[in-house]
Design a protein around this ligand. Sequence first.
Ligand code: ADP
Length: 272
Amino acid sequence: MAALVELPEVATESKIQVRALTREYDHGHQRTLALDNIDLEVRRGEFLCLVGPSGCGKSTLLHMIAGLDKPTSGQLLIDGSTIDGPGPDRILIFQELGLFPWLNVLENVEFGLKVRGVPRKERRERARHFIQLVHLSQFEHSYVHQLSGGMKQRVSLARALCLDPGVLLMDEPFTALDAQTRDLLHDELERIWAETGQTIIFVTHNVREAVRLGDRVVVMSYRPGRIKREFAIELGRSRSLEDPEVTLQAKEILAELRSEIDKAVHAEYKNA
Ligand code: ADP
């Protein structure tokens, strides 16, 4: 049976607000409306999952919250202030991870603190604390090529947490992992979220994964990307992908998503 997780208090106030956000891309003679009139509010400490077919704008939205891209129109706020570029209050974690192969685990994790000018002793202590949190203490002197996919994800998580961002933006982080490693990382991420009180926005195309992890699952439509429907996940924690309630809830969400997946497949077929 899955362990009980002590939940963080989810505050009612907004951490992230997305208001009437639109993003259009210009491809010479053609325009793509990637995101259309997105309104979304994420509460402090919430675990929000975004699902939708490939090409519906999930990554675009996440990149804009990260401050790496700008909206064509609309507003993006964090703690009530406009997002105007990347900031220390948000970190994007993606599949490729961006770890430095010439640095060991400890050096990778403390890298951001070094850039911020944190003195060596303090950054070592802080890095070690988070390496321990992700259960990698025995590997702090290992290099990236010596680690498994799951271990690399943990390093990436420790490196992000070390900077205490407040918001973790996760773009399909576990897609490339085998099922067993992914299950383990779901447990770890949930525990770490509960312990650190981070607000998490987690993008996935895997509906079960979204139900396993999220307080809320937001379904996006295919081109233009709009918010189609939201589902509050009121199942107890910790959940497992195999729980019948998770399966049932995932089925309900998948029914909503099915027509969007069909649209995406058709569009790909037409473009092929
Ligand atoms: P998802 O993450 O849901 O798979 P994306 O956010 O990657 O979707 O893409 C949404 C749409 O925006 C796609 O049609 C994609 O081609 C387009 N798009 C994303 N980024 C760019 C870009 N830099 N230039 C042009 N088009 C883009």
